[in-house]
Design a protein around this ligand. Structure first.
Ligand code: IPM
Ligand code: MG
Length: 363
């Protein structure tokens, strides 16, 4: 099948990990006989340097006209002056808004191969398989902002429709998993959270009778994620709580470098990005872990291109490689030999060419 994929390498380690994902997508097209068409465009700090704006009009149109968009990362210290007029992150936020990707899916699952790298004890790690569904285009990120010399404000607002559509998606996704949704809010303090809770309750009750919905306050949920991570199945929450909780949860797995994300709209292309960010401290050294980007590409195959078997094969090839003890520096034990970003991607691509691995994935 043909598919138009826009690559947005961005800043920091973004170009390295996106190149790794491209290597794996090329292996997918060879192995399964697809013809992907790749386009590349600037976003973030590199776009500011090139033309003064973090989301150039050409980039946005290359995204809106694609089937899927794979982004590396944006940002870095050279663009972080708080007084700067434009920031790389504005490009990403504007892209999310313009693409209408209101639901950000962040799967967080533990894997025995990485237990040793997790700060939590093994007994807490068994069976952790959480799907975060973070609302991505509303809330405090997008509310009106004010600033004077000695005061500032950020408005947090949600409409009923914005809550309904993301809760509905979370419930639908939970139906295909454990059937358990935890809706996270701060309903003891925030009015937006009271609307959130009321709306989530109604959507689950009226539209998803088979789903077990529970509510949790965000501060308590933050503790439970560490004390009992295996108790969660699907977690749905508003934009900023989701930003914070998913960074917290990523640490549980042992490497933030493994974690993908998918941002989905009602229709139109999805936006896929590893959650690790631009990692300026290791950028340009060829040592970043490409797996977050590769697994994001797998989510793109699944959610935007309808290629479920291909997505499963990429996931299988990635985890089999890690389970063989092969990895970039963040994945192997201190002192053990690590391979480069490029070799990691090439090893996963080679695993995709191996019939047995692909058969196991699509069985
Ligand atoms: C994320 C990031 C972004 C966010 C930043 C870069 C704007 O932290 O994707 O989680 O806060 O959404
Ligand atoms: Mg974040």
């Amino acid at each position: 099948m043909p598919g138009v994929i826009t690559l947005l390498p961005g800043d920091g380690v973004g170009p390295e990990v996106v190149a790794g994902a491209r290597t794996v997508l090329d292996a997918v097209s060879r192995r399964f006989g697809h013809q992907f068409e790749f386009r590349e465009a600037d976003i973030g700090g590199c776009a500011i340097d090139a033309g003064g704006t973090p989301l150039p009009a050409e980039t946005l149109s290359a995204c809106l006209s694609a089937d899927g968009v794979l982004l590396g990362a944006v940002g870095g210290p050279q663009w972080s002056d708080p007084a700067a007029r434009v920031r790389p992150e504005q490009g990403l936020l504007e892209l999310r808004r313009a693409m209408g990707v209101f639901a950000n899916l962040r799967p967080v699952a533990t894997h025995p191969a990485l237990y040793a790298a997790s700060p939590l004890k093994d007994r807490l790690l068994a069976g952790v398989d959480i799907l975060f569904v973070r609302e991505l285009t509303g809330g405090i990120y997008f509310g009106d902002k004010t600033r004077s010399a000695d005061s500032a404000s950020d408005l947090c607002s949600y409409s009923r429709e914005e809550i309904e559509r993301v809760v509905r998606l979370a419930c639908r996704l939970a139906s295909g998993r454990g059937g358990h949704v935890t809706s996270v809010d701060k309903a003891n303090v925030l009015e937006t959270s009271r609307l959130w809770r009321e709306t989530a309750t109604r959507v689950a009750r009226d539209e998803f009778p088979g789903i077990r919905l529970e509510h949790a306050l965000v501060d308590a949920a933050a503790m439970q994620l560490i004390q009992q991570p295996a108790r969660f199945d699907v977690v749905v929450t508003e934009n900023m709580f989701g930003d914070i909780l998913t960074d917290e949860a990523s640490v549980i797995t042992g490497s933030i470098g493994m974690l993908p994300s998918a941002s989905l709209a009602d229709s139109g292309p999805g936006l896929y990005e590893p959650i690790h960010g631009s990692a300026p401290d290791i950028a340009g050294r060829g040592i970043a872990n490409p797996c977050g980007a590769i697994l994001s590409a797998a989510m793109m195959l699944r959610h935007s291109l309808g290629l479920e078997a291909e997505a499963a094969a990429v996931e299988q090839a990635t985890w089999e490689t890690v389970a063989r003890g092969i990895g970039t520096a963040d994945l192997v034990a201190p002192g053990a030999p690590a391979i480069t970003t490029r070799d990691m991607a090439a090893t996963i691509a080679a695993a995709l060419d191996d019939d047995a691995a692909v058969r196991r994935a699509i069985a």
